[in-house]
Design a protein around this ligand. Structure first.
Ligand SMILES: *Cc1c(COP(=O)(O)O)cnc(C)c1O
Length: 412
């Protein structure tokens, strides 16, 4: 059974201060998980986690991660501004963008971020816009399908990202001629996978590629970036990824491939978003409507504008009706928001305890790619974000939008 990190008694206090809906984050869980990740990869001297800001773009959350020794991965100008505001700079920022506007590159260079190029043509573009730095990284796309044990994990051949292998060779040589001293190699080949073999298989592919690149071009490969993609168990029947087993799998590949090639000083980087934050946030919402037609509908005060994943991908998010955790799940409901879109459903045909008006509902695992994907369709406003602190107190870390925020951009 999936448990909430907050109790009904705590929530009753919180909703007195901050009306629902809001996303709630668990400081203790976030800190402990960041420490586990760092410990799991402590075998690698240069290890760094660059948290993917897009997953949870909140300054207070980024500050907590900074205190835990994490860095940030940004892909836009606004994300770079957030990183700067929290005090990240230099090689504490990875800039992994694609279709990159000039202004974004200029700011990345100004902050001395490490730039991870997405395409061969980005080399000339970067040189013209902001100059070529001494350290640079390139994103690899091996094409085809990415399979492990005959199970297809994803299809890089259909993905818009990265250099082909031939382009990597050409690009590294070109960058070398332009004065680059240290190189990084990056790839992101599968998303949201709880399979402990994803990172080790990806690492093996990147390590082998790095050895060939080093042999063919003579460049110094300073780091290999395994990027994001480690998933979380959204469904109660799924097993969580075991970060210690994953890091050990990466270490084995490192010992087998990089060390014998004389590349035993390569730093390992990650850009995990979902794995770092996903389970440590939830969406808290109140039941405000019930409807009995051809199906049983429960309407809540949150909607897909606060959490898009179910509507967008049909994603499963576990739901707890607070105070009824131990009740029999003998009622079948669709849990809906109020958007004028029939896909605005947090759950379809979900078996739950009997729900009444006023019940508090917790939608689990919204800590990453939850609030972040919010939008203003139907004039719905973005919710607040609240931090449940280590000592059990709460802090508002982003206020809810008001109609005035929505009207602020009109010229009327
Ligand atoms: C989205 C993204 C991540 C984070 O992905 P998760 O699935 O949240 O771990 C990391 N790196 C890049 C370049 C991304 O686009």
């Amino acid at each position: 059974m999936k448990k909430t990190f907050v109790s009904l008694e705590q929530l009753k206090q919180v909703v007195k201060k901050y009306p629902t809906p809001f996303h709630l984050y668990d400081e203790k869980g976030i800190r402990e998980n960041a420490r586990r990740l760092k410990q799991a990869f402590s075998w690698n001297k240069g290890f760094k986690e660059y948290f993917a800001v897009k997953a949870t773009p909140n300054l207070s959350i980024l500050k907590i991660l900074k205190e835990e020794g994490c860095y940030v991965d940004c892909s836009t100008l606004t994300e770079l501004l957030m990183a700067d505001t929290v005090g990240f700079n230099g090689d504490g920022i990875m800039f992994s963008a694609n279709v990159t506007p000039k202004e974004d590159l200029l700011l990345a260079r100004k902050l001395k971020a490490i730039i991870n190029l997405d395409d061969l043509t980005d080399i000339d573009f970067l040189e013209n816009v902001a100059g070529i730095p001494e350290t640079i990284s390139c994103r690899y796309n091996p094409g085809g399908t990415f399979a492990y044990n005959n199970v297809i994990m994803d299809t890089p051949g259909e993905a818009k990202y990265g250099f082909t292998f031939a382009q990597l060779i050409e690009g590294f040589k070109k960058l070398q001629n332009k004065g680059v001293k240290h190189f990084g190699l990056h790839a992101f080949l599968a998303s949201n996978t709880v399979d402990n073999e994803y990172y080790p298989v990806l690492a093996k592919l990147l390590f082998e590629t790095a050895v060939v690149l080093n042999r063919e071009t003579g460049v110094d490969i300073a780091f290999i970036n395994l990027s994001g993609g480690i998933g979380i168990p959204y469904h109660p029947e799924q097993q969580p990824a075991d970060i210690f087993a994953i890091a050990e799998g990466v270490r084995k590949a490192y010992e087998e491939i990089l060390v014998p090639a004389g590349m035993g000083d390569v730093a390992i980087y990650t850009e995990l978003g979902r794995f770092v934050l996903g389970p440590y946030g939830c969406l808290v919402t109140t039941v405000i409507h019930e409807k009995h037609i051809y199906k049983e509908y429960i309407g809540v005060d949150a909607c897909a504008a606060n959490l898009m994943r179910p509507a967008m991908y049909g994603a499963y998010h576990h739901i707890t009706v607070m105070g009824k955790e131990d009740g029999p799940c003998s009622y079948k409901y669709d849990i809906t928001g109020g958007l004028c879109e029939n896909n605005d459903k947090f759950a379809i045909d979900r078996m739950l305890p009997k729900i009444e008006l006023g019940d508090l509902i917790v939608i689990h695992d919204t800590g990453a790619h939850g609030f972040a994907m919010g939008y203003n369709y139907n004039g719905k406003l973005r919710s607040a974000e609240v931090l449940l602190k280590k000592d059990g107190s709460t802090e508002l870390i982003r206020r809810a939008e008001t109609p005035a925020d929505y009207f602020a951009t009109f010229k009327f």
